[in-house]
Design a protein around this ligand. Sequence first.
Ligand code: ZN
Length: 438
Amino acid sequence: MKQKTTHTIDYVPKALVRHTVLTFIFALAYSTFSFAQDYVLTGEGYEAIGPVCEYYPAPNQEPYSIPNTIVRAREGNETNGTECSNFIVTYNGFTPEAQAAFQYAVDIWANTLSSDQPIRVDATFAPLAPGVLGSAGPTGFLTIFGPGVPPSTVFARALAESITNSNSNGIDPDINANFSSTANFYFGLDANPPANQIDFVSVVLHELGHGLGFFGFASANGANTEGSLRNSGFVHMYSQFVENENATSILDFTDPSAELLNQFTGGNLFSNSPLATAANGGTIPEIWAPPTFNGASSYSHWDEIVFNALNPNALMTPQIGQGQAIHDPGAITIGLFEDMGWVICPSLSVEEFTLESLEVTPNPFIDTIRITLPGNYNDSDFNIAVFDVNGRQVFDKDVSSINRIIDVNLSQLNASIYFMTLEDANTGLTVTKKIVRQ
Ligand SMILES: [Zn+2]
């Protein structure tokens, strides 16, 4: 079932500017995945055949509700333009209410992850196998050349395209997703499903999480005597962080082997992603490794017992119950994604979002820019710093807004791309905007 193709993605000069820009953003974000130089796609390590997760409802779980405050705040401010990535969804067979709920889940990810490459999703709403709520996965896994990229490692297509800022497959989908048209779904957006329905937004959010890279190639042989971690010799980036209770990397076990299957089923696997661990209060988060290997859930989820109901990181556990809604990816999953190479959408608090909704005009500019602040910043003090694409500070000034307006003369700058950081002198909140001097 494995396919391997070797076509090479040509490096395009246009990408150079964007890579440099990304380098600076990565530096700001303090990513543990070093993006000091350019990254290029080098080929297709593994073309996915089927979905990576089939999601089943869980019995007897308590209702809970975690709404998404960020998307709601942004929509309340009528500034959808602040999304950090552009998902292009092809909808097949959806009812209007199912499509609206799907789009809401897409908006949550678009407000969570940042990419300069469109993320194309092919979504189908149709009858699935009995009990299956949905399934999704990347359409392929790509190899990348660049500093810090581990050997024999592939990246989910959307992630690979984001890291390298290049397109591997034209307008073909990066993620395939299927959702049951016969399940008893709740299609509301308010994270408040009735006790007898499954929340569709949560299911879509979960499945798209797999499509974006929350997944490892763990499998068991037909006799269930050996485990395998590689496809065509590659591991997925997710597995670079997986270790057991003795801090032994999952990559160190013979593949395939009975011992590897023991690791998959031993109940002692963790992700040592530094950012995920930090988000978990310094404890390495536990991965789902139940005693019986299940190819649709084992290894590629957080532990269902540890991250159970009412835990804000429960989205990527293997089960969801009726009456449960979780509309936030959770800080641990976001941390892992950042360590895997995703750029995280800035301003993940409502307060930061409010500041982020400031407007800079004109942009591109010639000599002077005007910053128009959101409503609660009538007369406030700020520091403005401007950095060039190499991270060098080229401007620094303390300013005050008057009736929400700040005019800044930047005529001394050369024509180029810059990043302007505006820091609220009272709260320390900062927002960074790309500005272009003509
Ligand atoms: Zn799943």
